[in-house]
Design a protein around this ligand. Sequence first.
Ligand code: LLP
Length: 427
Amino acid sequence: MNYFSYIDNELYCEEVAIANIAAREGTPFYLYSLKTLKRHYQVFDRAFADVPHLICFSAKANSNIAILKALVMEGAGMDIVSGGELFRAMKAGADPKKIVFSGVGKRQDEIEYALSSGILMFNIESSQELETVNAAAGKMNKKAPIALRVNPDVDAGTHPHISTGMKENKFGIDIAASVSEYRRAKELEHIEIVGIDCHLGSQITEVDPFIHALDRLKKLVATLRRERIEIKYLDLGGGLGIMYDNEDPPHPDEYARAILKKTVDMDCTFILEPGRVIAGNSGVLIAKILYTKEREHKNFVIVDAGMNDLIRPSLYGSYHKILPVTKGENEKKSIIADVVGPICESGDFFAKARRMPPFAPNDLIAVMSAGAYGFTMSSNYNSRPRCAEVLVNGDRYDVIRKREKYEDLVKDENIPDYLHEYRVRES
Ligand code: LLP
């Protein structure tokens, strides 16, 4: 359920006509609906209402500080994977006691930053990382709260680039090796074991992989408890999929019900790290048509957003619905076309061979379901300033990130002295 809908052929975000925002702010821009974001969070949170739980929004999905702040105000914690995400979470007022730190490659400085911030737990992904965290905590005279991220070797049935819980993936510690790793952790002076963690992958559209992983984790928790290794937090990661096209992912209620049925006797606090399911359908990318061209075999619709703004179609072949912001009379005379951006790569596309209205220059399109892994994966490729981000709340909108300017592109670059004196070589 989201709050992007047509009123008299005009696409609205909540109570604001998207065309009006485009007229004032220019294109392209990401547009988020606060009401949708909050609703998705609340539905997910309520699904776990019967058990002690903490929802740590996965900041990598959308890390704009206004978005994070809105979720913090709903009670959310954060799942972070870098010092930068920790900085953003703190800026947004997140409670450090609700922050979990995931990721295979945490740097020393990031570990120290998280320790001094007093986060809830580190999800440790290797023996060496465990050593590093122990040493860093020792230096700071602290105990680091940790969970081990266990790789359960379960196929999440998703795109190979976003599958993380199989043994060939770089993530986590093999489930078979995890008991001995826990024993080792127990001996370390500056480590406090508080939980167990597992994340299978992303855009998972069935409950089964979660349940298979849970079966394995349950056995492991029982073994650990027999050894008096106390597991207070059971972190099940994120990964619940959303509808981009005609997928039929489980509703958060169904997902939670399946998990809770399996864990009635477990006596722990559940941590969930949803990203996409909260933010994905809360945002869209608005772009303007620059040109259309008909070639012998193909139609192209060329828009002013590119793969630097939204890379998902190029990187994963992902499907995003494309809607006209204003439905014209031509609506019924559809054409089949590729929607492409201005970047100098053939992989720069938003849709291939898609049926759509016969767009004309200056028409606006909405690339749907772009609120997660949209702006956060954007870049300056082709020296394109990153686009603006706009948040709608009822009948008002605010720019929550300004469009970058040309000057921003070069502001941290430097021409060394010796190049100032350099004369153009004569050949
Ligand atoms: N927790 C951990 C440890 C993760 O690595 C991720 C996502 C999440 C939680 C959140 O997963 P979600 O609920 O959003 O599925 N760029 C890709 C997705 C990469 C996901 C990486 N990890 C995409 O655009 O589809």
